[in-house]
Design a protein around this ligand. Sequence first.
Ligand SMILES: [Zn+2]
Length: 496
Amino acid sequence: MGANNVKALKLLGASKRKPFFRFHNQETATVYDPPHLLKCTRNLFLKHDVQLKSEHVGTQLPVIAKWDHILKLYEIDKTRPFRLLYRLTDTHLNPTAQSSMNVRLAAQVMSHTVAASLNALVATGGWSSEYMATAAFVEEVDNLFDSFNGGTSVGRGKTLRCPLSDNSPHIELWKKASMGIKSWIFLKDGKPAFLHPPPSQNGWLIDITAAQHVWRTLKEAGFEYLHTQNLNQDPLENTFGAIRLNCGSNNNPTVGQFVNALKTSIISGLAFRGLGETNCEDDGATLLDNLQSLFRAPETASRYPSTSHDKETPAGMPESFHVTQQVHMDMSPAVPAGEMEVFSVAYVSGSIARQVLHGVSCDACKTCLTSEVLLSANVFIYFKECSDTEQSLTYPSEKLVETVGTAVTLMESIMTEAAHLNSVEQHITTAIKSTVDFEWIRCSGCSLHHQRIVDSIVRCLTRIYIPWWCKRRNRMMTEAARQRATERKMKILSHQ
Ligand SMILES: [Zn+2]
């Protein structure tokens, strides 16, 4: 949203109401990069309270969302054995100049999980209803970003991440979101901070108008779907990123160097993509043509008579990369996930119940581990549910939540003495099995599969808890070391 770009678009004839221009009888829609809008909005929210109107706060009057609310939630949450906001780190809440450019950090703070945590705490009466305003704002921004990030990878329940079509929720969301965005007022000391809405606020409105315009045009041309993900500049940034890698970190290449680097990139098939650690999501794009067929054995080459338009894995992108990422994604919701204390224990319990019951058809097992009625401990899970109508998460039974809670308390107390031992998992497993009461599973649950269930629960517990404990420990030690280094420097300076 640089002033130069805004000016250029204006000169070309694009406006807020009509975000497109014609050149040589060809229409071009002008869209601001949604990931940048997300970062700008997060940056504004860091510095300013936001006054907004939302249908989700139970009042027609404007309410005020505050970054401090998220900060309070984070500070309490981060010391827990299991966490609601397991993805968040200090950097998320206090981004440095460098990390303020990272889209993922912004997306993880302005997220459904943060909104669900705040709503759950208000719903169970622990926290004042003021926090709902922050939840509503965070959710609104999360939905906006999702609606511009629709593509082929459909996350469970996240319907806005599906492609835009006449049946998708995008158009309906954008109608409501436009009203919401227009109501935003960034405050400083309780008064409006800006004379005009900041560029990123207009940017969202422009993007909504532009996307709707593009969609109308595409429909006339016979298109049934639009991957809204393709309306951002990730592919462009990915390409430039690839070129930069071939420039030897030269951030000011000459034309000749740039052309050579581009050629190298094409020849190696944008091979860097497997390395990860980029700021953009993999855009899923493959080169229309590449030179890999040159190196392929003849019989393989003949199976691909044309090298164009093949969906091939580019060299340097090992197949296993996707697999590891998948495993990581499957595991991560389990690691973290209550009041706050209870919520996180319940969330982890739900995830344990899901894992233990995976592929099990025994009704007695299901009845003893899951719950049909909404327990107060499960309110976070309820808000975390992405769809209002469809249930996709697992709700643990009260007994299971209790047992997991007891086991966590036990592990917290013995981990410091056991962490340095060989086969630590074995030690913890023995301790849990000999201390925690699992008889309820045999008595009121399933006598047939009793032992198998206990074994699975304990295995899930140790596998979730131990790595998380180590992570917490390491973070504490890093912080302590940093503290000591600062003190040392201060001492040296004050002696001079
Ligand atoms: Zn059973």
